[in-house]
Design a protein around this ligand. Structure first.
Ligand SMILES: [Ca+2]
Ligand SMILES: [Ca+2]
Ligand SMILES: [Ca+2]
Length: 320
């Protein structure tokens, strides 16, 4: 602005000098024409913001000047009367516009100015709203859960999560951006339209989700397993066989014995089988089954027991 005023004053002064000094002769002037000069303020334009830049023009002879423009971006308008370039670039106009030619003419000579304008992205125009994604299936009552949403912002903005319309036991850790909570048996049911919002400070994105709170019984039961090693028994001796039983869920297990000889018994408390066969029981007892149950599923092992009569000790033979 300062520069513009200075130029205008100078132009007036020269016009005055010409008017005062050179008007007394009508003889054809041999003086050569001075070409006009021009300059523009160097300014950067911003998307969605009004751009305006003054053009300074000057002609040493005080000739009437006209401005014209070529190769300008569509949004850039020349106001020749007010010696001003103006316009409002839109989103998509970001970048460098070069080789713009501004021409000033005094009717005889003209001067060209080659310049360029950079259009910067505007704050508002280029914010990418953040995205949020969350995979929540179901929760079992009594168990602590943590859900970490996938949040992303293409601009790298700092993101803030907020939760709305959530059950009271579902909480948010805004520092670390995750959800957590433990539902109680009285919370069983489906909670719909829970809103998770992520904001980058300018735009926000919302995700609606639901959580089903299931009773613990709805878990997939792991059936128990059983292993038993039984070889043979000597008649007259007490034996105890302890099966290896296991349940991945930690369920309480109960044993059941079937197709067993009467002398083979089960101790359900201690989960073992025991018994003493007699000499008359000598033989093979086949296909005895021992079953373990976790209350829902069972596992079974079938086995044979051979009862062997003890070999009588050989009689002492005395030699004479
Ligand atoms: Ca001139
Ligand atoms: Ca953003
Ligand atoms: Ca089980």
């Amino acid at each position: 602005m300062k520069k513009q005023i200075k130029i205008t004053i100078t132009a007036l002064l020269l016009q005055c000098l010409v008017a005062c000094g050179g008007d007394n002769s009508s003889e054809p002037s041999q003086q050569t024409n001075n070409a006009p000069i021009l300059s523009v303020e160097f300014t950067e334009a911003v998307v969605s913001e009004t751009f305006s830049s003054a053009i300074s023009i000057f002609d040493a002879d005080g000739d009437a000047l006209t401005l014209s423009i070529e190769n300008q971006p569509q949004w850039l308008i020349l106001d020749g009367e007010n010696q001003r370039l103006s316009g409002t670039p839109q989103a998509g106009d970001e970048g460098l516009f070069s080789d713009i030619i501004l021409t000033v003419s005094d009717g005889t000579d003209s001067t060209e100015l080659l310049f360029e304008i950079t259009v910067l992205p505007g704050e508002m125009a280029t914010n990418q709203p953040p995205t949020v994604d969350l995979v929540v299936t179901s929760m079992l009552v009594g168990q602590y859960y943590q859900f970490t949403p996938q949040i992303y912002d293409a601009d790298g903005d700092k993101l803030t999560l907020t939760l709305a319309n959530a059950p009271s036991w579902l909480l948010i850790d805004s520092e670390q951006n995750f959800l957590y909570g433990t539902a109680q048996p009285s919370d069983e049911g489906i909670y719909k339209d829970i809103r998770l919002m992520v904001s980058d400070g300018t735009d926000s994105t919302e995700l609606l989700f639901e959580i089903a709170v299931l009773p613990i019984e709805n878990t997939t039961n792991q059936p128990p397993t059983i292993e038993l090693v039984v070889t043979s028994m000597l008649a007259g001796q007490y034996y105890q066989f302890i099966p290896q039983i296991y349940d991945a869920d930690g369920d309480k297990l109960t044993l059941n014995l079937a197709n067993a000889p009467s002398w083979l018994l089960i101790d359900s408390e201690q989960s073992l089988i025991y018994g003493t066969a007699q000499d008359i029981d000598e033989g093979i007892f086949e296909n005895i089954s021992l079953t373990v149950s976790d209350g829902e599923n069972t596992a079974q092992v079938n086995f044979d027991i051979e009862v062997i009569a003890p070999v009588p000790l050989p009689a002492m033979i005395s030699c004479e």
